[in-house]
Every structure is written in C-alpha cells, then in structure tokens.
Design a protein around this ligand. Sequence first.
Ligand SMILES: Nc1nc2c(ncn2[C@@H]2O[C@H](COP(=O)(O)OP(=O)(O)OP(=O)(O)O)[C@@H](O)[C@H]2O)c(=O)[nH]1
Ligand SMILES: [Mg+2]
Length: 537
Amino acid sequence: MGFFSKVKKLWVSPEDRAAKALKEYLGDKEQPIQEIAPKDSAQQEAPIQRETVELTKAVAQKPAATQDSKPEPKVEATSTPETTPVPEPVSAPVSETVATPKPAPDPQPEIETSAKLKDGKARIIEPIMATEAKPDADKPQWQSDLTKALQQADPRLSVWLDLILDGIDTAGEDLWARLTFLLKALEAPAKEAEDFVARFKEWLSDMDYEHVEEFRSELQYRLALALELEDEEDERSRLFIKLSEGLSKTREQITKRLDSLLSSHSAFDDNFWEEFEEILIMADVGFEATSELVSRMKARIRNSGETNPENFKDLLRAELDEVFKVPKRIKAYNPPEVVMMIGVNGVGKTTTIAKIAHREQMQGRKVLIVAGDTFRAAAIGQLEIWAKRVGAGFFAKAEGSDPAAVAYEAIDYAVKNGYDLMLLDTAGRLHTKTNLMEELLKIRRVLGKKHDEAPHRCVLVIDATTGQNAMSQTKLFNEAIGVDELILTKLDGTAKGGIMIAVTMQHKIPITFIGLGEKMEDLRPFNGADFAKALLM
Ligand SMILES: Nc1nc2c(ncn2[C@@H]2O[C@H](COP(=O)(O)OP(=O)(O)OP(=O)(O)O)[C@@H](O)[C@H]2O)c(=O)[nH]1
Ligand SMILES: [Mg+2]
C-alpha cells in the first residue's frame, strides 16, 4: 500500500474535495462526518483541522512500512556478504530547511510532520491545500512560491513533478529539499518521506545518475507507486506511450499489412480471410491461435452485420480486448505470499524479480528475495546486488546447495522476519544431470508442505523475442509444474509481439506483466485493452 493512499486526496483537490476525502476516510471508520465544515466558514474550520489530526495520526500509526522495521536480512551459510539495505538519513540541511519549521510570527497553525504526531499529542494540522500561501518571513521564498504553484496546478503527478524540478538541472540538496517539501505537503509520514528520498538518493548513486533527464522518469514512476497514482490517467498515458513505442516493430509487421489488406478489399471474401490469416502467422500469432482468432472474427463480423472491411480494425481491437480479459483472482493467503519465478535461462527471471521487488517495496510491502538458483555463484551474487539496489531482504545459501532446501529455510526466515512477499528465483538450466522440471517440482512440493498453499503464484517468465519458442516453453512448464501467470519480457524492440496473442489464446494463462526494457520502471502491469489499442493504432 502506498504511503498516502488516503491523504493524497487532500492534495489533488481543492478544499471541498479535501473535505470529501476526509469524509470518505472517516466514513470507513464509521465516524460522524457531519462535522466537516463547509468551506468559507472561518468559524467552522476547526472540525476539519481536528479530523485532519485524526487522519494524519491514523497514517502515522500505520505499521511502519519497509525499511524502518526491517531486520537486517541475513545470508545464512554462504560466502556472499550480507545485504544490508540501510538508507542514509536525509542530510541535515534538508531536515533543517523543511522538516523542522521555525516558529513563525504569524499565528497561523504550523504544518506539523506526521512523525511528530507519533508521540500521540494532538496538534493542529493544516492541509496545505486549505492554507493560503501567505508570505512568511521565516519561510524561504521558494517554499512559498512552490506552495502557491502547487495549489494552482492541475492535480496531476507530471505537473507536480514539473514544478518540483523547475530550475533544477542536477541532483543535489535543492532537489532533496523540494522533494521532501512535496512529500511533506502531502502529509507523508516523515519517516516514510525520508526513506523515499534516501532510497532515491541511493539509487542515483548506484546508477551514477546526476542530471534530471537521466532520472526524471524513474522519479515519476516511484512517486506514482508510492502515491498509488499508477492507475490514474496521467501515468497510464505515459505507460501507453511506452507500450506503443515498445510495440512499434510488431505494429509495423501487423498494421502496415493490415492497412493494405483493408484498402484493397471491399468485402469479407475468402481472399480477405486468407490474407488476414497470413498476416497473423507472419506476426508470430501461430497456427492454432490464428485459426481461432479468424473464426472468432468471422463470428463477430456476422453478428455485427458489418459488410465493409473499413471498420475491421475496431472490431479486431474489441476481439483482442476479449482475448486478454481474465477474471480477477481472489487473493487470500497467510503472509508471506510466496511467488516462484520459473523459465529457461536468459529470459529475464532475475531482473524481473528485481523489478517486482522494486514495485512492491515502493508500495509498502516488505519483500524477501530468495536465491533458488544455486548452481552458479554468479547468479547468487547478481541477485544479491539487485536485492541491495532495491532495498529488499535477501536469503541465500552456499553455491551448490539443494534449491528445495533453500526454499524451505527461506520460508522460515520470511515468517520469522515478517516479510509480506517472498520472491524465489530459480535456475533456468542445470549444470548437473538432474532434470530441471523435477528440480522445480521438488521446490514446489517443499514450499507447499512448509507454507499453506505456497507457492501462491508460479510465474513463468518468457522472452518475447523467441517467438514461437515461447509457446513450447509455456506448454512444457505448464504441464510439468503448473503455471499461474505469465510475464513476457523484452517486448521492446521485437517484431514478435504477436506471441502475446498466441500464448493467451492457446494456454489461457493470464499475462500479468510485460517487460519493455531493462530499467526498473520498464516492467509494467499488462493491460489487454491498451495492448490492442497500441497494436492497431
Ligand atoms: N531489453 C530488455 N532486456 C531485458 C528485459 N528483461 C530482462 N532483460 C535482460 O535480459 C538479460 C537476462 O536477464 P536475467 O534476468 O539475467 O535472465 P535470467 O532468466 O535470470 O537468466 P538465467 O539466470 O541465466 O536463467 C539481462 O541482460 C536483462 O537486462 C526486457 O524487458 N527488455
Ligand atoms: Mg537468473
């Protein structure tokens, strides 16, 4: 859960919507809501403030997410060094400028940090949206300017970020101060805001990034996750652009040919369907899925009464949307949720684990990464580096250990240390005579014995660039191990994106994420409707 899932509403809205957000929140808690003051009433301002105190207290009392309560992940019986993702505290100048407001001559209520509220004393909190940006002798000019600009801005993350980054070219104290200011204005618990900034700093230093253009996108992604804004239009359109860029080669393969088919036919005759079939096969949709898709399209066209291929693309888009629709699964399990990542070598299992861990950590879950690929020391080392980078816990045993034993012990470790999610990496190829499938089945069995219904998700990672090969891999793994979800990586830059259609139609396994590049933000939840739209633009 992002750290301001409730309070963010205060920010995105003017006073009346802030009051509505409070009302909703307090409604959840079955508290009277009629006390919320109508706007423009100075006398009635107090109830808003009182309730805001409660709201912020509730946020502050939320079990501290991720890092602060996390014990150091211990690497047992391994030669690899311990992973200790301890973020550096926000440096003094930042907290001095931002986190500790100096006494103001103005009797206006101070903006308190939520961290201070953890001591249980009620204080008056003023949501920044409801506060007039009064000139304040003690407040640096940039803070007043920024407050005003944010108040007047369109409530969209990209717009806020533009304002935060206005005049900033490189990472440094100015950026930390402005970022902390934004988080504080959103009433993020101070510790979580601090962690956010500290982790981002750490990431910049790991990546050796300095200039805004190098990290803006990652910063926006992190904020979107933390603020739970990923589903909002702004972020969705950013993802759509990325998806559409990633699919450009596949689109070229399909759309160009489709356009010429549509312009050269004035009826849905046999010749039309034959050519359509050919286009799909060339785009790696595969024989079986192609013939199913063609019959489904024929039926759709019959039912629609459409006789002219002019509107064919719209109908195809609607059909693809249907193809990718999957019923929502009800998730119910005792933590930790155990996810087993499988797939042949080189498809992207390890990097995908890192990307998922990154997402989940940003959303407030405590993640343990487990090195179940014990056959190469390099694999353990690579995973450990990733765990450190994304701030997740790490569990491994010595190279050559039995992967099932690693999985078994990792569950104990995860339970003991209160992890929410355990991501188990596995080998893609064995360097012993043992059969990979038997090995994976053994891990699966051991997990199930150790923890109720584990693995809760068995995720097969496939490399989209392998085209039809992905089909046989899916069949093999599904029959041998059982696959709950698919993640398709390396969709960026391949013309073989049609494999998404093939694999979904034939195996009826939902695709949950797609990989559109090597960066953390390049793993995104899969949305069938967006895929169909991006493919048939
Ligand atoms: N372009 C692109 N590269 C990716 C993507 N996902 C992973 N990769 C790259 O693919 C390569 C292999 O990734 P790994 O995560 O090591 O693959 P693996 O499945 O763990 O490999 P083994 O451990 O050898 O079985 C790395 O260079 C990744 O950066 C993606 O979505 N797009
Ligand atoms: Mg690997």
